[in-house]
Design a protein around this ligand. Sequence first.
Ligand code: ATP
Ligand code: MG
Length: 388
Amino acid sequence: MKEIILLKEGELALKGLNRSSFEDKLVKNIKYRFRDLGKFTFVKSQSTIVIEPESEDVDFAQAVERLKKVFGIVAFSTAAIAEKNIESIKATADEYLRDQILAAKTFKVEAKRSDKKFCMTSPEISREVGAYILKKYPHISVDVHEPDLKITVEIRERAYVRGNQIKGIGGMPVGSAGKAAVLMSGGIDSPVAAYMMAKRGLQLTAIHFAAPPYTSKKAELKVRELVKKVSAYAGRIYFAIVPFTEIQEHIKDECPEELFTLIMRRLMMEIATRIAEKDECHALITGESLGQVASQTLLALGVTDEATPLPVFRPCIGMDKQEIIAVARKIDTFETSILPYEDCCTVFTPKHPRTRPTLEQVRQAQALVDWEPMIEKAVAETRFEPIS
Ligand code: ATP
Ligand code: MG
């Protein structure tokens, strides 16, 4: 029995005028996700994308699992191909959907016949398949309004039999909204922020600031692992690791302690902006949440924003920690995030950070040092690695 995947237009998050470019992006993204699972063909026919394994040895179950993590898909179906006669359709429904039939208390059959040359009408097909299932499985009954199992028979160029739809993750195809750079620490919030913005169609570059020897190789590998986990949803992510030690030491030695964190955040923004612009990213993303820590008060965020001309997206801004953790668990980043490695943010934490900074104070304090050569050096020495 040959199994395929059907993506229906109504189940895709496709937008009016941009429909065909959205669809192209989506198909490209799916192909990328399936790249190590064997060969598939993608055919568009009658507002449906049919994904078909080219050989027996593809990992179909894994393809279905991966599809559940592809943004832009609200729902999809798997289907078996039957011969174009009613006996084969009945036998295929029985064989292919046996587990679902056994698990259901009620069902209905819906037939759709777009091949009008087929010798039975849609109601006739539904009745005949329904009667066959009822006779064979005494435990199940018909419910046309809210059945546990809806069996759909489609007569097109071929005959398809499918059971209930599988829920997709929604969102927009990655890349359809452009590209942005996410500032990734090893914490709980930034991987969640990255996931949320990829869901809105952004392709991601991840920027991490490392301060060896204050931060360890293990801390860096932890962030890499987080980027990898996010890439299960966001597709390929360019991971940039910025050497930040020199800048942090200058902050510690030459800036007022109460402004350490803010000046550091501003310098991170400046460096991230340069990397973003080189990489054609048109926004920055952070995991900040209003009021969570001193550097995330309203005034502090304003001072941070002023360091970059790019829009800064903070999708966690209105979320409680518990809500952020719920998403982190869902996308499987939580357990990695809570591994106890130091972040460069926590290396020189001031005892009494300023929570109501003014831009003028911070600018003056920052102006005591000539940062430009250090920024240039950090950007030049940034290491890049594609992660997928
Ligand atoms: P997270 O859980 O994401 O680490 P947090 O609540 O610990 O967030 P901060 O440590 O103040 O908050 O960092 C705020 C944001 O700044 C992070 O969400 C992240 O976007 C960015 N950030 C912090 N440290 C780094 C770093 N070392 N490299 C890259 N970005 C960072
Ligand atoms: Mg952090």
